[in-house]
Structure formats: C-alpha cells, structure tokens
Design a binder for this molecule. Structure first.
Ligand code: KIV
Length: 266
C-alpha cells in the first residue's frame, strides 16, 4: 500500500523541481482505485456539487455535503494526502464558523483544507495554519465567486489584475499556505507567480510552468462530453466505455446469454 505524502514531501517537491499531480475524488469507489495509482494527492473539491449532484455551480456545496464526501474518500484512499474544500461562505461568517467547518472536514479524514480567494481571508488562513491545519490557497478563477466573476473565464489578463494576483499569491504564501491552486490564468502569469513564491503552485488551465497540475477526475476520464475547455486533456473516453459496457449487458440480458450456467450457482 502507498503511504500518503506529508507536507514536508510536498515542500521538497518544489525544492527539487519534481512536479506534483492531483486529481479530484469524491467517493469511495473511485478513491479505492486512485489509492492504487501513482497520483500524489486527492482533492475533494466542491466541484462535486456540479459533477456528482448536478448543480449549476459550486455555490450549492455546504459543509455537511463536503464532510460526507471527505469521509467516503478517506475510507477508500488511506494511502493518499486528501485535501477537502471549504465550501461557499463557510469561511466568511466569522472565525468560529470557519474553524467549525475546518474541524468537521479534518475530523472527517482530510489532511488539509483548501480555501478560495485571498481578500479578507489572510488572517483567517494564518489562524488555521497556526492551529495545525494545513491550508492550500486557490486564486485565479475561483468558482465560488462565479456570480461576481460573471462566467468561467481566464483571470489576470490585464496588467493590473495580474499584479493583484501576484500580490495575493505572495500574501497567501506568507500566511502559511503549503500550496496554491492557480485556476485559469495566463501561463506567463502562472510562471511569474510560481517563480515568486516559495510554496508549490498547482495549475488547472494555468499552463506548464506551475509546480503541479490538477484535473477533475471525471473530466480527464472523458465522462463529460459537453465540457471541452482548452486546458483539458482526455486520458480516456470513459463516457463511451461505460455506455458500451451497459449496452452489452442490456443486449446479453435480452438475448438470454447472460448469465451463463458457469455464472450460476449449482
Ligand atoms: O473544486 C474543485 O474541483 C477545484 C479544482 C478544480 C481545483 O477547486
């Protein structure tokens, strides 16, 4: 069985220039599969609200929903470093609410939490870190703010926006974050941020220069044929694989050739 990376291992990757891989994981059965892969870390992302529950955005995830999924992933992947997303507004209603949310996620089996954004969050993140909770930051396209951003689009394109993002990245690194997700930012800006901070950057739609990459598992497995952003590479055509298997089962059931006697009890 693999053993989970530690924060020391993660920091050492940046120092040695060895990239980090991360995929999202939301449930027990995929966690069991991923536990036996080489992937470095698992993210129980609040994207599960969309991918697993069919909501329009991640705004619909709450702490109880995240906790349920973190518990399932922790049961399935004891050999992986698991990061749980702090969902919409859970870190915005004061220190006690935020720390209660973090406590719930960590006690559910997360090894770390991820907090979106920087503005108004730095003190809180420092408090989490000082309390023994590893925190991963998330800048660029922060989907919990989708209603403010007005759409899923690349962030930090203009000079001013790029400078603001760089400053935010520095603040999060100084606040004690152990890593930083950069989502949908120009690759040159992602490189500038990666070079400017001492913690690993994990990119999604942020080009090749980040210290690691993260993808949503279902997206990389080709489970969502309608979702084709520029940054996404399909590593399998899962949608078709599942349809073909289920259609074969259906046909063989109708034809009476499943099950055979060998697949039946005496
Ligand atoms: O919720 C999520 O899956 C994420 C990743 C896309 C980084 O935040």
């Amino acid at each position: 069985m693999t053993t989970a990376l530690s924060l020391i291992d993660i920091a050492a990757r940046k120092a040695s220039g060895t990239k980090l891989s991360m995929v999202t994981c939301y449930d027990f059965w995929s966690a069991r599969i991923l536990n036996e892969t080489d992937v470095d870390t698992l993210l129980v992302g609040d994207s599960l609200a969309m991918v697993m529950h069919g909501f329009e955005s991640t705004v619909h995830a709450d702490v109880d929903l995240m906790t349920l999924h973190v518990k399932a992933v922790a049961r399935g992947a004891p050999g992986k470093f698991i990061i749980g997303d702090v969902p919409f507004l859970a870190a915005r209603k004061g220190l006690k609410t935020a720390m209660d949310a973090v406590q719930q996620l960590m006690q559910a089996g997360a090894n770390a939490v991820k907090v979106e954004g920087e503005r108004g969050q730095v003190e809180l993140i420092s408090h989490m870190v000082d309390s023994g909770v590893p925190v991963m930051g998330h800048l660029g396209l922060t989907p919990q703010s989708i209603n403010q951003l007005g759409g899923y689009r690349v962030q930090g394109k203009g000079k001013g926006d790029a400078e603001t993002l760089l400053e935010s990245a520095r603040n999060l690194a100084d606040a004690g974050c152990f890593a930083l997700v950069l989502e949908c930012v120009p690759h040159a800006l992602a490189k500038d941020i990666t070079d400017a901070i001492h913690i690993p950057t994990i990119g999604i739609g942020a080009g090749p220069a980040t210290d690691g990459q993260v993808l949503v598992l279902q997206d990389m497995l080709g489970m969502n044929t309608n979702f084709k952003p520029r940054f996404l590479r399909h590593y399998a055509e899962g949608y078709g694989v599942i349809q073909t298997a289920v259609n074969r089962f259906h046909q063989e059931t109708l034809q009476g050739c499943f099950p055979s006697l060998k697949e039946s009890y005496k």
